[in-house]
Design a protein around this ligand. Structure first.
Ligand code: NAD
Length: 777
């Protein structure tokens, strides 16, 4: 049968544009603000200019932030139930106007109407419904948390309205007000959304939408009135934002790029796999951050699969976005088309075997579905995010090789596994470093499940309970204070018997190690007496410690129960030597005996607390909309760098190390630079407590340079820093290159004695991986 077009009417969308005289202002404080400077919204399928859109100035950004600030107290005071009603009204409005939204989105972005109608817009409504529920339940389910304040949100062009809903729904539910900037290529559905905010009577200033280019986003990121930035876009811009917000105290979530593996084991149902591939890389023209863009096929079935894919590829229909019969629409812009073409040219020049759909429209921004076969894992097209309909295929022999290839990327957004063997799938899923794992399915999303990356795919989650945590902060704000909680030196300190004659080494891989520099540093107590010496650690020592921590992956594979036993034993052994530790604190910190006894007792108790959590910090099973079991698993970050506070030399060390290792991380610790001797004594306790070598590595020496080394190191997945404001800024800046998770104190003091953020340490020591397992015979 011949294929014939089945066009969707654009009448309502055109009426909407005409009603606005094809020119849109900014939506600030509930009103439309017109601007002289504008840029065109162009339909990539036809090149038609749909409307003119205002380019916001720095002054407009300021006005929008001020409007959000003004609206904040009222929005918080409205309470969860009132907010739930507004979110519900937004959900209903999206549903009522779903056809208009779908058509406008397809026109503006170029994507197929079948997808906007059946996937994007229903999911948008679902997000508002789901978060109406969270607003309603905030007081009971999140009673220890409160809103952050004014949030700046910046989104990309690939799922314009969907990304808006992922950002706006949780922010509003938790009582924040916001300023959102859509991508310059796709502003129109955000502006239609602004109109429905007005229609439902959302209080002025709660949602502000400002349009424009990257500089508008930059002004929003840098505005001092914004307490949080939520960004989705490229890793390159994400990195700039991490640097620009360093030291500011702004909370940050970054949803960035990906190069996700699509792994096919030999027992997979290959016909389902072929349809999976279509959804993985040819959905939304491949402009999907979590697109399965690397096909890893087991060697035994690779040829058979490739043959099937070549046939399927030629059956895809590429055409006008409003044609209901097409599989793929237009690429968003001529610039993006150029980027994709240049990657494909590189792939061809490298000599890779390539297959492309032959028949695509000659006018408009179209690119054929493309398949590269037998690509080397190191090739540019196998490593870089192309963000287009381009699949690169390679083979593997063993399961171990599949995991290795899957993780051979700087990204970690998602992975899709295809096998009929559930044991194999669940064995491989935890080994892949990615935030979402789909088993025998791909590119499925839901508001109740978190989505987000590992490594350079960014940090933070959107969706589900884990996503809400990005829009709240603990109510217990006094946990961090300008004033120190530390004990005062009693003034009676004296250098004891453990003085100068002892120069402890560092502790790497379960062994004492001399510093690479060969130098040591004197340790002086508050009375000015030299109480010992420690090794002067340097870059090389940090590198060795990270290597030892990395080699210790078995620790993470232990059960929570096994880790708990080690921690209890650690507490027992510390307790057995408490006298010695108390004396050390008196000698090195000038503590009173009473204070020393308290610090040691709390240290023992703290280890017990996190031993207790080791097998109780469970994940969840999310209730997603499709027939899936969606397991939200708390996974360790991997190698975590810890820079201990100056105060509480023993308790500060224990309170950070215990939660980190309880959840399976291996740590590289820089103990209190002022009083490192409690830490060096701690080696012996570690040695006698069955803590495997490499789990805890301790490098003494100058705090700030060592912290900088940790922050820079690409194999350190996270860093906690408790030191100065300047040092905090530096850690955030330096961690931008590897996009590592950082937690810093901005120079404030934590109440280590009472540990008010007990559970926060566990959250910061882990990240959530969502594993989707569909069911149904
Ligand atoms: P982009 O980073 O170029 O732009 C994203 C947004 O940031 C736009 O609104 C842009 O105007 C703004 N921006 C640009 N420079 C800025 C700056 N210096 N400061 C602040 N804002 C700035 O990305 P894009 O090309 O629009 O989108 C494609 C990228 O987005 C891909 O890398 C894709 O993987 C990623 N993405 C990620 C997710 C996710 O959830 N992880 C989802 C969708 C897209």
């Amino acid at each position: 049968m011949e294929y014939g077009p089945a066009p969707e009417s654009d009448k309502n969308a055109m009426e909407f544009l005409d009603r606005h005289k094809r020119s849109f202002g900014l939506f600030i404080n509930g009103k439309w603000v017109t601007r002289k400077e504008t840029f065109p919204a162009v339909s990539p399928a036809t090149g038609q200019v749909l409307a003119q859109v205002a380019e916001a100035s720095a002054g407009d950004v300021d006005a929008a932030v001020k409007a959000a600030q003004k609206a904040l107290p009222g929005w918080v005071k409205a309470g969860g139930h009132e907010r739930a009603k507004y979110l519900y009204a937004l959900a209903r409005q999206v549903q009522k106007h779903s056809r208009l939204f779908a058509v406008l989105e397809s026109l503006d972005n170029g994507k197929a109407i079948r997808e906007t109608r059946d996937i994007d817009i229903p999911l948008v409504a679902r997000h508002f419904y789901h978060h109406a529920g969270w607003a309603q339940l905030m007081d009971s389910e999140l009673k220890d948390y409160k809103e952050i304040g004014v949030v700046g949100q910046i989104i990309p062009w690939n799922f314009p309205l969907l990304m808006l809903s992922w950002k706006i729904a949780p922010a509003l539910a938790m009582g924040n007000t916001l300023v959102l900037k859509p991508a310059e290529q796709t502003s129109l559905t955000a502006l239609l959304f602004a109109e429905i905010c007005r229609n439902i009577g959302l209080p002025d200033g709660v949602v502000n939408i400002i349009t424009g280019h990257g500089s508008v986003g930059e002004a929003l990121v840098n505005h001092p009135g914004v307490q949080k930035i939520a960004f989705t876009g490229s890793t390159e811009v994400g990195r700039i934002i991490r640097k620009n917000t360093a030291g500011s105290g702004k909370k940050l979530s970054l949803e960035l790029g990906g190069k996700s593996p699509f792994i096919v084991f030999e027992d997979a149902d290959l016909d389902s796999v072929v349809e999976g591939v279509v959804d993985a890389i040819w959905f939304n023209q491949g402009q999907v951050c979590c697109a399965g863009s690397r096909l890893l096929a087991q060697e035994s079935i690779a040829e058979k699969l490739y043959e099937k894919l070549k046939v399927r590829l030629q059956k895809l229909v590429v055409g006008n976005s409003l044609d209901k019969g097409i599989d793929m629409g237009a690429i968003v812009s001529p610039e993006q088309l150029k980027t994709i073409s240049s990657f494909v040219d590189k792939g061809k020049n490298e000599g890779n075997e390539v297959w492309q759909l032959e028949n695509i429209p000659s006018a408009g921004c179209f690119f054929p579905p493309t398949l590269f076969l037998n690509v080397s894992p190191a090739s540019v097209i196998a490593q870089e995010e192309i963000f287009g309909p381009v699949l690169v295929a390679m083979t593997f022999r063993s399961h171990q090789e599949a995991v290795k290839l899957a993780n051979n990327t700087r990204y970690g957004l998602a992975a899709s596994l295809w096998t009929e063997n559930i044991n194999l799938a669940l064995d491989v899923a935890p080994k892949i470093k990615a935030g979402t794992i789909w088993i025998n399915t791909t590119n499925v999303f839901d508001a109740s499940s978190g989505f987000g990356g590992y490594r350079e795919s960014g940090f933070g989650r959107e969706g589900g309970l884990e996503g809400l945590m990005e829009y709240v902060k603990p109510k217990e704000e006094k946990a961090f204070s300008e004033k120190t909680f530390a004990f005062k030196a009693a003034g009676s300190s004296k250098a004891g018997t453990g003085g100068l004659d002892r120069t402890p080494k560092m502790y790497i891989g379960g062994k004492q190690a001399r510093p690479d520099s060969g130098y040591s540093l004197q340790v002086v107590n508050p009375a000015g007496q030299v109480v010992g010496e420690v090794g002067e650690g340097s870059r090389k020592d940090i590198r060795n410690a990270v290597e030892a921590a990395q080699a210790n992956s078995k620790w993470a594979e232990n059960t929570g129960h096994a880790r708990a036993q080690v921690l209890y034993y650690l507490a027992e052994n510390l307790s057995a030597r408490k006298k010695e530790f108390e004396e050390r604190l008196v000698e090195t910190c000038g503590y009173s005996a009473k204070d020393a006894i308290l610090e040691v007792a709390r240290s023992v108790e703290r280890i017990f607390t996190y031993a207790a959590y080791a097998d109780k910090y469970d994940g969840r099973v999310h209730s997603t909309i499709s027939r899936n079991v969606t397991l939200a698993m708390n996974e360790p970050l991997g190698v975590l760098g810890i820079v201990c506070p100056d105060e509480f030399p023993l308790l500060g060390l224990v309170s950070t190390v215990a939660p980190a290792i309880a959840l399976g991380n291996s740590v590289v610790v820089i103990p209190s630079p002022a009083s490192p001797l409690s830490a060096t004594d701690f080696y012996q306790v570690l040695d006698t407590s069955d803590v495997p070598g490499g789990t805890v590595n301790i490098i003494t020496g100058p705090g700030e340079p060592l912290a900088a080394e940790l922050a820079r190191h690409f194999d350190v997945e996270g860093i906690w820093y408790f030191g100065s404001a300047e040092g905090s800024k530096n850690v955030e800046l330096l961690s931008a290159d590897s996009m590592k998770r950082s937690w810093v104190n901005y120079g404030k003091h934590y109440d280590w004695l009472n540990n008010p953020l007990e559970k926060e340490f566990l959250r910061k020591a882990s990240e959530v991986k969502n594993i989707w397992i569909p069911y149904g015979a």
